[in-house]
Every structure is written in C-alpha cells, then in structure tokens.
Write a protein that binds this ligand. Structure first.
Ligand code: PMP
Length: 434
C-alpha cells in the first residue's frame, strides 16, 4: 500500500472526507489524492517520493513557483522577530501601500485572513454603505463559503454538483439574487424588479470557478454602468485573478480597452499572501471608511495582517515584476498550443476557455463555447477523469476538477513544460476514448 493511501485512510477516520477543503478529496475524479510532503519551483513531491509538475499552485498563491528563495528569506527573517503581535506593524502598511500603488481605484485596504472573509466583509460594507439589503451574484461564480454566496456557486460546489449548501437559511438566501453570467438584460431586469433595494453586484473579475469563462461584450463595464445608474456598488472579486494575470489584476488587464471602468470595491487573496493566509478588501476611501473604527460596519480579526503573512506577500509582490508576468503569459500560451495540438490529434471535441494567462478545457463545447454556468454544466465532464489520471500517472498534477483553472508559475521552465507537453498525447487519447 502506498504511504498516501495509508495516510488517506487515517485522514478519513479523523476528518470528513479526509480533507480540510472538499476538492482535495478527488471526489469527482476518483482515486487516492497524493499526500504532498514538499514543493519547490514548479514541482510537488509526495510522501511516496513521486515528483509532479504542479499546475495547481496551491490554487493560485504560488505565482513565482513554490518556495521562492526571496520569499523564504523574508519569511525566515520575519519569524525570527515573532509570530503574531495583535498590534499594528510596518509590514501591513507596506503591503497596503503596494496594493494601492498597483491598483489605481483602490485608496484603502483592510487585511483579512481568507478570501471568504474578504467577500463577506465587502457585502456587509456595501449593505452598510447603501442601506440596502439585496445582493446580486452570478451563477457559477465562487466567492468563498459565505452563506449568502453559496447559491449556484462554482468551485467545489460545482464539482460536487450541489445547488448550494445545506445549513443556509431561507432568510439568508432570499437576500441574494442569482443571475446568468454575461447577461446584461437579466441584470437590468433584476434592478427594474427591485428598485432601490440592491446594495451591490459581486462578480469574479473573470470567472475561474466554473472552469474559466471570458467576460464578453465588456460585461464588467456593463455591470459598472448599470450599478452606477442604480446607486449600487460594484464589488470586483479578484481573489483568484488579482496579481496573477497582470500587475494590476484582471482589472489592470482589461479596463482600459473597455473604456476605463472602475469598481467601488475589490477583494484580493491568494497571491497577496504568497502562500500564507492573507486576503484583503480595498476600494474608495469614502466606502472603506464605513469600516470600524472609522465607521459603523464592524469587522475584525485576531490574525489579520499577520506579520509572517505580510512578509511573504510583500516579497512575492516585489518579485512579481513585468518579466514574471511575461514569463507566465508565454508559458500559458505554449501550454494552450500543446493542449490544442494533442486534443486535435486525438479528435476530441473541446474549447479552451481563457482569461489572461488562466485557462481551462471544456469538453464537447467546440461549437458553442462556454458563456455561463448552464454551458459549463452541459459540457462532457466525464472526459476529464481519464484525462486527469493519465496526466497524474505521467507526473503532472492538474486541478482535480474540470471546473477549475490551470495555474502556471514564473518557475515553470523548459524541463517542466517538456514533461507536461510529453504527457498530453496519451491523456488526450484517454479523453477521446471516454
Ligand atoms: N473568491 C474567489 C474568486 C475564489 O476563487 C476564492 C477561492 N478559490 C475565494 C473567493 C475564497 O477564498 P478562500 O478560499 O481564501 O476563502
């Protein structure tokens, strides 16, 4: 028996499903998840000594690859000074300054520990600021496990084919209106149906949790237009896309070409903590100052702005220069070309869904593409399982769900890319035969 299997058996006795976050259990692809013991650059090593090229990147944070020496040094220095003070520190201000410098519409930042906290706080803030109760989200978008945002959510909720979550009260879910993504008419209709009642529209900057879906026909700019007309806030969730697809996130990548739209609030996570638990919300000063202690909307956290996490985030973002993004973009293009070539050769029907350097495969959607959650759910998901396992057998660790994006890093060098690319033809054949 493999060490991973032995550990998974033990884990399942003491943790539901053997995991602390559902998609890690390999429910949709089946099999035993490898237990990871170390990670360096583009590689993961499991407890049985197998090495994998990693295309998950801890679900986003590992922008520079794992255990980048500059980040490790910065973390080691911070550790020597103590682990947590529960008091203000220089590092928090420096990271906040860096975020404010990079994302022009952000005037002020509040650090939290997870993306879930960031979106939960952004909603409370939007409700406090506008004095309105309702919130709009889009089907297939995932914003963390906030009660009111689990309806028709992506990520693990989509992977497990759940409509939402048990344990969310009717009173809570009735405050959320769920609309189809990329549908401006539905958005306008929702505001017409609920005049003066909608506090905010929350959207992923580009959805990456139902697989990747590209915002079409300036959809973000349209959300901005409609919310502005209606006195509601626009919350751009960049927990996943922020500082990954561009120095200024998906907003930085797309807004100028679309006439220069500006959300009121942003949420960040993943990359800004460099692999340690940090996330943030940020935005216009007048809105942000509604947060306590300057305003009436309460939010707090024992470990918020943790000094080790601030050190990891600062070092990561300082290393994430233009060259790092150019490298990831180039590697992403190289990999997409190789995926297309392998799938075409095997005669597979698919489309590749893209948002900057993030992408995913949607099987059986060549003629239609994927524009919203209904399209994403209608794809031939069964082709992903053999594809995933063929890649895993060849030493490539893909997301264990078709509803997730593939994450490259600045550390994916020629030899890591060669390993992925040489594994693709067998995986493509397996997908074709499914
Ligand atoms: N928003 C988006 C867009 C995400 O992708 C995620 C996590 N994948 C979250 C929020 C929640 O972040 P966390 O898992 O840190 O709570």
């Amino acid at each position: 028996m493999s060490v991973s299997q032995e550990l998974f058996d033990r884990a399942q006795r003491v943790m539901p499903g053997g995991v602390n976050s559902p998609v890690r259990a390999f429910n949709s692809v089946g099999g035993t998840p490898p237990f990871i013991s170390a990670a360096k650059g583009p590689y993961l090593t499991d407890v049985d000594g197998r090495e994998y090229v990693d295309l998950v990147g801890s679900w986003g944070p590992a922008l520079l690859g794992h255990a980048h020496p500059v980040v490790l040094e910065s973390v080691h220095e911070a550790v020597e000074r103590g682990l947590s003070f529960g008091a203000t520190t220089r590092g928090e201000t420096e990271l906040a300054e860096l975020l404010v410098d990079r994302v022009a519409p952000v005037d002020e930042i509040r650090m939290v520990s997870t993306g879930t906290e960031a979106t939960m706080t952004a909603l409370r803030l939007a409700r406090g600021f506008t004095g309105r109760d309702l919130v709009i989200k889009f089907a297939g978008c995932y914003h963390g496990h906030v009660d009111s945002l689990l309806a028709e959510a992506g990520s693990g909720v989509a992977t497990l084919a759940l409509p939402g979550s048990a344990g969310v009260t009717e009173a809570t879910s009735s405050q959320t209106l769920v609309l189809p993504y990329n549908d401006v008419a539905a958005l306008e209709q929702a505001f017409a149906d609920h005049p003066g009642e909608i506090a905010a529209v929350i959207t992923e900057a580009a959805p990456c949790n139902m697989g990747v879906v590209t915002p079409e026909n300036n959809f973000n700019a349209e959300i901005r237009r409609v919310t502005q007309e209606q006195g509601a806030l626009m919350i751009l969730d960049e927990v996943l896309t922020g500082f990954r697809v561009h120095e200024a996130g998906y907003w930085g990548l797309s807004n100028e070409a679309e006439g220069g739209w500006t959300p009121d609030l942003f949420t960040f996570g993943k990359v800004i903590g460099g692999g340690l638990p940090t996330a943030a919300l940020g935005g216009r000063s007048d809105v942000m100052n509604y947060l306590a202690p300057t305003g009436p909307v309460y939010q707090a956290g024992t470990l918020s702005g943790n000094p080790i996490a601030m050190a990891a985030g600062l070092a990561t973002l300082k290393c994430a220069d233009r060259i790092a993004y150019q490298t990831i973009d180039r590697r992403s293009e190289q990999l997409r070309d190789a995926v297309r070539s392998a799938l075409d050769t095997a005669g597979v029907n698919y489309s590749i869904q893209e948002a900057g350097n993030l992408f995913s495969i949607a099987f059986g959607t060549r003629d239609t593409g994927v524009h919203n959650y209904a399209d994403a759910k209608a794809q031939e998901t069964f082709r992903y399982t053999p594809f995933f396992h063929a890649m895993l057998d060849a030493g490539v660790y893909l997301p264990p769900s078709v509803f997730e994006a593939w994450f490259l890093s600045a550390a994916h060098d020629d030899s890591a890319m060669d390993r992925i690319i040489s594994a693709l033809p067998t995986a493509a054949q397996a997908a074709a035969e499914a």
